[in-house]
Design a protein around this ligand. Structure first.
Ligand code: XIL
Length: 379
């Protein structure tokens, strides 16, 4: 009887391991492997959400269960003039997510970049009064959030409001309303769709100054009873920044406030940074230099190996803390789609994503799947 039980146990173990192996080799998808850990998302551009980029759409459908709009919901696109909204692309994006049963994320309501030029100023270019800006913010947020009410899982309500040193970024919103523009934005979004999750999203979150300021901001919101569900840590990382331990420290600090963590906008650049201090500030721009574009025709083996290891290390960290993390989102489908090829220097060739220029999964995809599967087998 005892022997029978031991044999049965042994068979189960063997089956579980070989199942994991075959599963991975079979091209098992990221979303299947990570199913019980966290959502695995990707940003899509309009050629993808409209279905034109057929190869990319296949990759998205097979591997990801969440999408975020790369550009089409930013104020300059969706609300180019005070009395003009342009919903065509955003509608298409939301329908794309729905027809593929994905968790749809709205990005982003209040942000200083890609800001509609009219938003904070009057006809003469002077800052509007606090009352006018509040009204404009409320109209903007209410109109957009209500339009997709019940269809969007969560919104990046405020994007990038804090600087490296923890000071509030001196945006027009801040100039006119002070730090109060942040709770106001969250409140307007909550009123427009009480069931939507609401997020604060920022880059360089491993910086101690920003870490502290974000913790304080989240605590303040919570103390005032204002809804905030998660902190989005943009993952625009490089081969030597941030330190994984500092990133982990921030994850734990944010989770300590009681909100969930999301790794948003993940991409790992492998080409040199013209200035590491720019974080992910989209307005940064440097003149093209050939020596800053070292791999136009492909990555040398050892560089590719180092990239795989580092990306894998980050996923191991995410898996380790999967109980704190609700979503990990890649900032782009395949390498040629990445904004990193053109930012902060136009015309370079980067390799920051999980799928290569032929839409094939990179070796790291298999490693992530195996790691997730390994965690599944527990006796
Ligand atoms: C980027 C897009 O990927 C580019 O296509 C666009 O030209 C600039 O913005 N932080 C964010 C994202 O929150 O919205 C930015 O996306 C990258 C940095």
């Amino acid at each position: 009887m005892k022997l029978k039980r031991i044999i049965l146990l042994l068979l189960t173990v063997m089956f579980s391991f070989s199942y994991g192996e075959v599963f991975a080799k079979d091209g098992n998808s990221l979303k299947k492997a990570l199913k019980n850990k966290f959502l695995i998302g990707v940003s899509v551009n309009t050629r993808q959400s409209s279905g034109k980029d057929v190869a990319a759409v296949e990759v998205v459908k097979k591997n990801f269960n969440s999408i975020v709009a790369e550009n089409c919901m930013k104020s300059s696109v969706i609300h180019p003039k005070e009395n003009k909204y342009n919903f065509t692309q955003a509608d298409e994006f939301v329908s794309f997510g729905e027809s593929n049963q994905m968790a749809i994320i709205g990005h982003c309501l209040i942000w200083h970049s890609q800001l509609a030029p009219w938003f904070c100023v009057d006809k003469n270019g002077n800052n509007v009064s606090p009352e006018v800006l509040k009204k404009r913010m409320k109209d903007h947020i209410t109109t957009i959030v209500k339009r997709y009410k019940g269809r969007i899982k969560g919104w990046d309500v405020v994007n990038e409001a804090i600087e490296d040193n923890g000071a509030y970024r001196k945006t027009k919103f801040y100039e006119i309303l002070g730090e109060e523009y942040i709770p106001l934005a969250f409140q307007y979004a909550h009123e427009a769709d009480p069931n939507a999750e609401l997020y604060y999203n920022d880059y360089s979150m491993a910086q101690p100054g920003r870490r502290e300021a974000v913790v304080k901001m989240v605590n303040d919101l919570k103390r005032r009873g204002i809804r905030i569900d998660a902190v989005g840590m943009q993952g625009h990382i490089g081969m030597d920044y941030p330190k994984i331990s500092e990133f982990e420290k921030s994850m734990l600090a944010f989770a300590g406030t009681g909100v969930k963590i999301m790794i948003t906008e993940l991409d790992l650049t492998v080409i040199p940074s013209p200035n590491p201090n720019v974080g992910a500030e989209v307005s940064a721009s440097f003149e093209y230099k050939k020596e800053m574009n070292p791999y136009p025709d492909g990555l040398p083996e050892e560089v590719s190996k180092a990239w795989t290891e580092r990306m894998n290390d980050f996923f191991r960290l995410f898996l380790k803390h999967h109980n704190l993390i609700t979503r990990v989102t890649l900032w782009g489908v395949a390498d040629q789609n990445s904004w990193r090829n053109d930012w902060p220097m136009r015309g370079r060739t980067d390799y920051p994503l999980l799928f290569d220029r032929n839409y094939q999964p990179k070796p790291v995809v298999d490693l992530i799947i195996k790691e997730a599967e390994k965690n599944k087998i527990s006796f």
